[in-house]
Ligand binder design. Sequence first.
Ligand code: NAP
Length: 325
Amino acid sequence: MAASTKGKVCVTGASGFIASWLIRRLLESGYHVIGTVRDTGNFQKVAHLWKLSGANERLQLVRADLLEEGSFDDAVMACEGVFHVASPVLVISASSTKEDMVVPAVNGTLNVLRSCKKNPFLKRVVLTSSSSAVRIRDDVEPNISLDETSWSSVPLCEKKKLWYALAKICAEQAAWEFAKQNNMDLVTVIPSFVIGPSLPNELSFTASDVLGLFKGDTARFSSYGRMGYVHIDDVASCHILLYETREATGRYLCNSVVLDNNELVSFLSNRYPSYPIPRSLNNPYGKQSYELNTSKLQKMGVKFRGMQEMFDECVQSLKEQGHLL
Ligand SMILES: NC(=O)c1ccc[n+]([C@@H]2O[C@H](COP(=O)([O-])OP(=O)(O)OC[C@H]3O[C@@H](n4cnc5c(N)ncnc54)[C@H](OP(=O)(O)O)[C@@H]3O)[C@@H](O)[C@H]2O)c1
């Protein structure tokens, strides 16, 4: 087991898909981790965390809710770093309104940052944003390479009622504004669609999207159009790298491959021919050809895993957890 020399950090939304993997890697590299969950008594939801190497010695779970002012004060007070991964708005129902999605996302992020501000020993906050805050644009030239200077178009999100994307834009922008006003060291990680094995047995929204595709569902990936994909372990490693690298600054796109949804299903149906994966999908955005420029992370030595590894491990995990035959 790694020696405990790395200090104490907080991870919000500890039970979730990305946060659980991040906690795994943090524990392995010697950190003490304070993970926040809404319900510490829900043992089923956190059982996978207690199985992680180092958890008994260096993991503590505390209750905190993004929607309760001051809820994160205790969790972040003893920490040198905070990874704010939790999001109150991931699942969109047909009746979701803009207010339902955007207001809690912004208030939840500011709530965590206000708690962070009370901690004089805090060195850095790493916030998990999303490529949805970057890639949804209608003014881009063909084959443009979107980078960390790019933001999704608010009017386009409003027009298409893309409330998750709007929530991620507004939450990240509110965080930058807060950090500027309060002289806080903030770095944001901007993952594309995260694929890979899941530690929680409960399906995350990402895993349930992939599972749907393997069962022939066409609705969700059709609406995604062209999108980037990245391995969960790369996402976790990048969070830690950006926390540990003193010179890191600003936003960081975290992505391996960008594919049209038709290229995705073609890859998947060739690789996993025994499943009824759709052979083609609609793209509501028409022709798209953007790429995501990840040279900022690549210059720091990051090498992203490819499609085969991320999907093979995802499929294996879905099978092991009994979600896929
Ligand atoms: N998955 C992807 O492909 C992807 C891609 C780009 C960005 N992201 C971003 O990455 C982050 C994590 O996503 P994920 O896929 O890991 O989602 P997830 O598995 O659903 O985890 C989200 C976590 O947020 C917590 N949460 C929800 N509402 C909360 C509230 N009111 N107060 C406190 N915690 C709350 C939940 O914790 P409880 O256990 O307390 O309910 C849950 O564990 C999100 O910010 C998401 O936008 C995800």
